[in-house]
Design a protein around this ligand. Structure first.
Ligand SMILES: Cc1ncc(C[n+]2csc(CCOP(=O)(O)OP(=O)(O)O)c2C)c(N)n1
Ligand code: SF4
Length: 272
């Protein structure tokens, strides 16, 4: 059955800036199907981003959207959620935006367990600015700032989120559109800080210097190299080398920050 994307799009903002073969549009479509499937009123959704190719996404959506400063989307989103906790707040971030310049904001949003869904479009590179190394770039990969091969060990975003206290953490890929849709739904429904690590593809700034090179090959790698987390638990580190472990890693209930704020701080402030 065809899906009517147009009702969620500011068609006047098209054509979009993404290169042919960029994974960002595929993930955006999965996100829109999730929002539609949850029957959310788009007027009650706020979509916030920082800067980067990924972060152009909210501009294309006919919702409440905010394009902010590089790495700071979670701070703006925290303000929105505290001002109006009824809103569904979704943050769209590249891996550089979320865990390089925005790393500090990432760990503290997770620690507070504020009810925000963070979607990280993880393409292992700084796409917008020409292919500099990111904290998710694999060892040995070529970047403009690592012309002899990256020597910095990459972050595992799932482990980082878990260490910082996020209460819903999952990983999928841009190839796995149905899984992305389901995980976005669950992340939005989860009351607390949700992190989705979405392995994505930048054929232009990453692919042209590395393998896999083009968009089709990148999607094929995503398709062929994934291992569901339940299966991964039975495999050795050697067997999991270069594999993408997908699924839900953490799902737990803890007090949510905006609710705690309104229940404990506001009454005291009002009584003063
Ligand atoms: C304070 C600040 N520092 C640096 C930049 C330059 N800058 C813009 S986007 C970007 C990288 C974005 O990479 P990522 O978040 O991974 O997203 P992608 O473009 O790959 O989707 C950088 C370094 C900026 N805009 N502001
Ligand atoms: S540079 Fe990379 S991330 Fe940016 S739009 Fe092009 S393919 Fe996508």
């Amino acid at each position: 059955m065809s899906f009517e994307y147009e009702k969620y799009i500011r068609t006047g903002t098209l054509p979009h800036i993404w290169c042919p073969g960029c994974g960002h549009g595929i993930v955006m479509k999965s996100m829109l199907r999730a929002i539609d499937g949850l029957k959310l009123d788009k007027n009650n959704i706020a979509v916030v981003s920082g800067i980067g190719c990924t972060s152009r996404l909210p501009g294309y959506l006919d919702m409440n959207t905010l394009h902010t400063t590089h790495g700071r989307a979670l701070s703006f989103a925290t303000g929105i959620k505290l001002a109006n906790p009824k809103l569904t707040v979704i943050v769209i971030s590249g891996d550089g935006d979320a865990v390089a310049i925005g790393g500090n904001h990432f760990i503290h949003a997770a620690r507070r367990n504020i009810d925000i869904t963070l979607m990280i479009f993880n393409n292992s590179i700084y796409g917008m600015t020409g292919g500099q190394v990111a904290p998710t770039t694999p060892i040995g990969a070529i970047a403009t700032t690592m012309p002899y091969g990256n020597i910095d060990p990459p972050f595992d975003i799932v482990k980082l989120a878990e260490g910082a206290g996020a209460t819903f953490i999952a990983r999928t890929t841009s190839y796995h559109t149905a899984q992305t849709e389901q995980l976005v739904k669950q992340a939005i429904q989860h009351k607390g800080f949700s992190v989705l690590d979405i392995i994505d593809a930048c054929p232009v700034q990453y692919g042209r210097r590395n393998a896999p090179r083009d968009a089709t090959e990148m999607l094929k790698v995503q398709k062929d190299n994934t291992v569901p987390v339940q299966l991964a638990q039975k495999k050795s580190a050697e067997e999991l080398k270069n594999k993408i472990i997908t699924g839900i890693f953490v799902k737990k209930e803890l007090p949510e920050y905006a609710e705690t704020y309104y229940n404990t701080i506001m009454p005291k402030a009002k009584a003063k």
